[in-house]
Ligand binder design. Structure first.
Ligand code: GLA
Length: 755
């Protein structure tokens, strides 16, 4: 709910020159966003400054304006213009500007026609709508809709606050959306040049937030290839702490999701603020502890190497950020994100639908396959209940290793003998769907495409191009480049019954410069590149609504909410080892729902870490993701192969709870990596699945008592392990006994409410 109230108050301020208190009246417009568990308040002061008043636990008080008096220099420009500098650098601003005395992290920095970089945004007005506006970026040759939350008419409310800078004519429209029944708030902005001269946006953040203290822990999700989104937590300290990406994508190394929590916050208690950027390119998230031990947080497109020219009349769409506050710990914050992503970001046919159990040939064959090999895998897989064969990298051009053919999206008939249509028909005849891999943003130096269009690779003239995996990145800011790739993809998709696409992206951007942009606009390329990717994924998902799209980037380097707008699932990591996956999936689950996590059972010893784990454990860990197989089913041990039908049955039985239910993490794998446990509870609390994984065995008298969560305390639950019946209260307060023998063992237990 959004309310707007005019407030008029009498104050007095000590005037040291006059030696007495001077009375004054302050008027403001107070905007209050109320969600079931949180309140967000903004005040537009008489002077036009837009101040941040409060974000936190719900407080149904319409006048929180007294909180603005917290600063040592209460806002009194009316009676004290001479101290404006102090006011600017201490006041909590809602969308802080650079250049007029606020030296903390700013939300916006704009270069005017004289080269000055100061703006002064003041309040002009507001409106409220119950239709969620789309975020659109107009380009020279097309309009790209940025990924953002959506909602049915009447199911959300959006407040738009308009600010304007008299000096440049720049206008900022700040958008805030609340959703029915959700504790998430979406923020974005549109910056329009209403002046008569070009300006350059040098920085435009999606969210800025001033906290009245610095007593928070800062949580980030860091990693590397095959070890993505590992949680790191530390108390805030003076100065700036930040995470970012300048690689052109979200990256393996960091993720556009961060949390600020109270020091005592854990899964079940304490305060947690989560900030998620709905964007897939360079980003930054910074928490700055300021002089008075308060905190300013900003998040948005990384301003490193960024600028955007705004001609008179043009507008720039600032990507959306999602914020969630929870006073019931980190677990509750995660569940709110899971719901808002499942309901308001993920779209398309597979939004609420079970996904087919797939088998992917990457770890089975790498580049070494042909039609017969794939058909032999499919024959075996279909008998076991696997529903889709995915043909991974290596089917196109003359690709037989990772050193050629990206950009040549025609079938290699030396490998796929008789063509793709014939292969797909054979797979379909086995009762299986067929999926295919593309890496549409890339170009190999050894490709027909590169020989014809060397300038299509992103490059800086006169410099050697840095190769990575022996490939370059296509200039996706150019429509003709995207069109060419898309027409090749369409020829493949129209030629055979393809029901799934894995869209990969296996290197980051270097020597960033486009032959199509003038020298003084090259800093736009990073963002234009991302818009180009969005444009193509948008066209693909519109033209082929029945195809299930899975994004991927060298594993999980593009696991972000931007990509989830196009694909309901993303390959979580190239690391398929069940034990490594515990941390990777736990870190990912802090914000992203299990229904989006690509997780497969692979062969052992694991190809990435060399570890051997039981087949059952691999299954239990993968079944809390999208589930599939990544192995040569014709060559794995017979015992494992024979276990597949029951494993699939188990997945199908539990998948509805995993896909639609609530996740409760029951163990902190980041603090104790010898054990892990979690559960998914159906929304009606009628059933739950509980999974425990014992990483390292312990003496057999050391069973563990794990406290369950999320059950109905008054209800009685029976379990399929020992058929005992206990109340939810006992299982949650006292615990459930886990007695596992040996290393890498797991257990999945089904709890059902007893009648
Ligand atoms: C990336 C993906 C893998 C596989 C290979 C193919 O690394 O993450 O799953 O598709 O590319 O080259």
């Amino acid at each position: 709910m959004i309310t707007v109230k005019s407030i008029k108050k009498e104050y007095s301020k000590w005037d040291w020159q006059a030696g007495k208190h001077v009375p004054f009246t302050e008027e403001m417009t107070m905007f209050t966003l109320t969600t079931p568990g949180s309140t967000y308040a903004i005040a537009a002061l008489e002077s036009g400054y837009l101040c941040h008043v409060w974000y936190g636990r719900r407080t149904d008080d319409e006048d929180l304006s007294y909180l603005l008096r917290l600063g040592e220099n209460p806002y009194t420009p009316k009676v004290n213009q001479r101290d404006m500098g102090t006011f600017m650098d201490t006041t909590p601003f809602e969308y802080p500007v650079f250049g007029t005395g606020d030296y903390r992290e700013s939300a916006v920095r704009i270069c005017d026609k004289n080269g000055g970089t100061s703006v002064d945004l003041r309040y002009k007005g507001y409106d409220i709508t119950d239709e969620k506006p789309a975020l659109e970026q107009k380009l020279e040759d097309c309009t790209v809709t940025l990924p953002s939350t959506f909602a049915d008419k009447g199911k959300s409310q959006t407040l738009r606050i308009y600010l304007a800078d008299a000096h440049t004519g720049v206008e900022a429209e700040l958008r805030y959306t609340v959703f029915e029944g959700s504790d998430a708030i979406a923020r974005s902005a549109v910056i329009t040049n209403r002046g008569d001269a070009d300006v350059d946006i040098l920085r435009a953040m999606s969210a800025a937030m001033d906290f009245d203290s610095a007593e928070y822990d800062w949580h980030t999700f860091n990693g590397s290839w095959a070890r993505e989104r590992i949680l790191e937590r530390s108390p805030l300290h003076h100065g700036k702490q930040s995470v970012d990406s300048i690689k052109g994508e979200s990256s393996h190394q960091s993720n556009p999701f961060v949390m600020l929590t109270s020091h005592n916050a854990d899964e079940r208690t304490g305060e947690a603020y989560g900030f998620l950027l709905v964007y897939s390119g360079n980003f930054t998230a910074t928490a700055e502890v300021t002089q008075h031990k308060r905190t300013r947080f900003v998040m948005g497109i990384n301003d490193m190497d960024f600028s955007w020219r705004l001609a008179p009349g043009a507008a720039f769409a600032v990507p959306e950020a999602l914020m969630v506050y929870s006073d019931r710990g980190i677990g509750q914050m995660s569940r709110t994100f899971h719901d808002v992503i499942r309901e308001h970001i993920i779209r398309g046919e597979y939004k609420d639908k079970p996904r087919p159990v797939l088998i992917n040939n990457w770890e089975a064959t790498y580049f070494n396959f042909d039609t017969e090999k794939l058909v032999s895998i499919a024959e075996q897989a279909s008998k076991l209940g696997i529903e889709m064969l995915v043909m991974d990298d290596g089917w196109f051009g003359h690709r037989s290793s990772d050193n050629s053919s990206l950009g040549d999206w025609y079938v290699n008939e030396d490998k796929i003998k008789g063509g793709l249509k014939a292969l797909v028909e054979r797979v379909n005849a086995l009762g299986m769907k067929f999926g295919i891999w593309f890496e549409p943003e890339m170009i190999s130096p050894d490709s027909d495409l590169y020989r014809a269009h060397p300038d299509w690779a992103i490059q800086t003239p006169g410099m050697p191009l840095t190769q990575s995996r022996e490939q370059y990145v296509l200039d996706y800011s150019r429509k003709e480049v995207r069109d060419c790739i898309y027409s090749q993809m369409r020829a493949i998709l129209d030629n055979a019954n393809i029901e799934y696409i894995k869209w990969d992206m296996n290197r980051q951007l270097t020597e960033v410069c486009s032959s199509k942009l003038p020298a003084d606009r090259q800093r736009e390329l990073w963002h234009r590149y991302v818009l180009g990717v969005y444009d193509l994924q948008d066209r693909l998902t519109r033209d082929y609504p029945h195809i299930l799209l899975e994004n991927c980037s060298g594993g999980g380097a593009r696991f972000d909410a931007g990509m989830l707008y196009y694909s309901p699932q993303i390959w979580c990591s190239d690391d398929t080892d069940a034990i490594e996956r515990l941390k990777i999936q736990a870190g990912t689950s802090m914000c992203y729902p299990a229904s989006a996590m690509g997780a497969h059972v692979s062969d052992c010893p694991n190809h990435t870490v060399g570890r051997t784990t039981p087949f059952a454990t691999r299954g239990d860990v993968a079944l809390v993701g999208t589930f599939g197989y990544e192995l040569d089913v014709t060559r794995i041990p017979e015992e494992d192969r024979n276990a597949i039908p029951a494993q699939i049955e188990k997945f199908k039985k539990f998948n509805p709870i995993v896909r639609t239910g609530d996740l409760y993490r029951l163990w902190d794998i980041f603090a104790d990596n010898t054990f892990d446990a979690w559960m998914f509870v159906s929304k009606d609390k009628g059933e739950a699945i509980f999974t425990a994984v014992q990483v390292l065995g312990r003496p057999n008298c050391h069973s563990r008592l794990v406290r369950l969560d999320g059950l109905d305390p008054a209800a009685r639950y029976t379990n399929d392990l020992n058929s005992e019946v206990h109340t939810g209260a006992a299982l949650m307060n006292c615990g459930f006994i886990v007695d596992l023998q040996g290393d890498f063992r797991s257990q999945t237990v089904h709890f059902v409410k007893a009648e």
